[in-house]
Design a protein around this ligand. Structure first.
Ligand code: AKG
Length: 390
């Protein structure tokens, strides 16, 4: 027999053997199966109120589960069950707000969430709208910190200023967002010239646009560079939004663009005691093929181009020429010289960074660096924007 139904007018609740629909003015029509509804019951018997982890398993729900009573108050749907999971308390009530029913899952990895969609930028945008936050506000003012997180999510590049002069600060700035990502460079690391450097970053040479650790399976999502000393001539930092450059290339050079989505580059870090290698295309698109997931660009760490079958080097080389030209154009490249007490935070899977040659006889240069993984940063974005459904 069918369930009894109680609904505020003018809502209409239609229920059938396997599911129900609610049509009410002002709320989206909800149509869901009973097995699905039973599965997302959030009552304290089904979901532990402290750990928020589930006590029921999807496979335990009888396929023919039925409601006894359905109630709709204009905002909430309530169901008492006629048949249920064996052992479930007969008096438990499943209750949901319609907004939860409309979207019961979180999209933490969907960077294209409507509210914090990436807004790509070029040099002019960045010169006019750089996002600076004082260390004091970043560390102690939750609203201003949340605004910085929103800016970081949108533009992939923010700056902190007025930082105390200490090597310890980069860790404090990074862990305000999430735990440090450890790598063979250390929990935090120093960018300084050293003799016989194992990394071109640790010289005074020009270091062209790149992303870090492309030779790892899971490159770090976000990078922090805190400037402690920068008194020498040169040593300016350069940044470009690779999503912006890639979008332009897609419009103007579709054939070359496709080459960089289809062909894989090899990236490596090879020393006697360390051998890291990974292959990835320069452009990674999301499922819809509309948006970018990552750009993977790191010429200094490139290996030989991987050959699969017939060697087709020329089309790839031409595609790289096109992308590099767009990326390095005056239109795309934003530059500034970091001063002591300033820290840049950027999305290492979207923003390319570079630095100009510096003259060590005119002064000193020292940056302290750190990484935080994408998961931890996305979690912080979610918490600070409070977009989790209730
Ligand atoms: C890196 O460590 O990845 C760098 O690119 C260093 C940047 C700099 O020296 O400004």
């Amino acid at each position: 027999s069918l369930a009894t139904v109680e609904a505020v007018k003018p809502a209409s609740v239609s229920h059938r053997a396997y599911g129900l629909s609610i049509a009410a003015p002002g709320v989206p029509t909800i149509s869901l199966n009973y097995t699905y509804l039973r599965d997302i019951c959030k009552c304290p018997q089904c979901v532990d109120r402290y750990s928020k982890q589930r006590n029921i398993r999807t496979n335990d729900i009888p396929t023919d589960i039925r409601p006894r009573h359905i109630k709709w108050d204009g905002e909430h749907l309530e169901i008492q069950w006629a048949t249920d999971i064996p052992g479930a308390s007969p008096d438990h009530i499943s209750r949901w707000h319609h907004s939860y029913l409309k979207k019961p899952t979180l999209d933490t990895h969907d960077l294209h969430d409507a509210s914090n969609k990436p807004v790509t930028w070029d040099r002019k945008n960045m010169e006019e709208h750089q996002q600076w936050v004082s260390y004091e506000d970043y560390m102690t003012n939750d609203a201003k910190f949340a605004a910085s997180m929103r800016n970081l999510q949108r533009t992939g590049l923010v700056f902190v200023k007025d930082i105390p002069d200490s090597r310890e600060e980069v860790e404090k700035i990074a862990t305000r967002i999430g735990p440090l990502r450890n790598t063979f460079y250390g929990m935090t690391w120093d960018v300084r010239t050293v003799p016989e450097a194992r990394n071109v970053a640790y010289t005074n040479q020009f270091l062209g646009f790149h992303m870090d650790l492309m030779y790892m399976n899971e490159p770090p999502g976000y990078q922090f560079l805190h400037c402690l000393e920068n008194s020498c001539d040169g040593g300016e930092s350069l940044f470009a939004d690779a999503f912006r450059a890639a979008s332009k290339m897609r419009r103007q050079h579709p054939k070359e663009f496709r080459e960089l989505t289809e062909r894989k580059m090899g990236y490596e870090y090879v020393h006697e005691d360390q051998i890291y290698y990974n292959e990835r295309p320069v452009f990674e698109l999301d499922k819809s093929s509309k948006h970018f997931r990552h750009v993977n660009y790191s010429p200094p760490f490139q290996s030989a181009i991987p050959i699969r079958g017939k060697l087709r080097f020329q089309p790839l080389k031409e595609a790289l020429d096109v992308f590099t030209q767009i990326l390095e154009s005056k239109e795309m490249t934003f530059d500034l010289k970091l001063n002591p007490g300033e820290c840049v935070i950027f999305d290492n899977r979207r923003i390319v960074h570079a630095r100009r040659h510096f003259n060590t006889s005119t002064g000193s240069r020292w940056l302290a660096g750190a990484y935080v993984d994408t998961d931890a940063v996305l979690s912080r974005f979610n918490v600070t924007s409070k977009k989790q459904p209730d």
